[in-house]
Ligand binder design. Sequence first.
Ligand code: FES
Length: 197
Amino acid sequence: MSSDVDLSRRHFLIVATTVTGTVGAVLATVPFISSWKPSARAQAIGAPVEVDISKIDPGSMVAIKWRGKAVWVLHRTPQMLATLGKIEDQLRDPFSNEPQQPAYAANQQRSIRSEFLVLVGVCTHLGCVPLEKFQPGDPEVGADWLGGFFCPCHGSKFDLSGRVYKGVPAPTNLVVPPHRYVGDATVLIGNDSGVTG
Ligand code: FES
């Protein structure tokens, strides 16, 4: 099936991004943070960042920088979404009761649009950057792994909604930052005015 999306791709793709109020747009093919350079002024004030989600293939993820942190936008396939209901008994906070997301993302998908997941890419244990482990059965994580994120520092595991597994050091789900959609093709990270839960 489209399926035929190659879930083994491990690289972050970079899409055109703009910082509100600036004219800077970047399209790059190298890992992001070092190559993505919003203006110093925009960085200093923590301006919202626009991400063109039309450039993100199903099964792929982009990373941008917002307020000094990595923020990921993952385009989930139907197969990825189908995993979310299968592992809730293995998760510490499957229903997002902890305040790790805005109210509008306190659902199974932890998102506004189910196919797009927006997360702060920082482990909730001690702040390492988790790795994308989207391939089911990834040998580094385990044969019963359905895909998600794995923190290499102390082994915390998160599902494809950023929900933390039981029995790992990370205490909470990954953070969903405030965001909203501006038309069909753009998500604005850092501004959710008008979005209701
Ligand atoms: S920092 Fe991620 S598990 Fe410790």
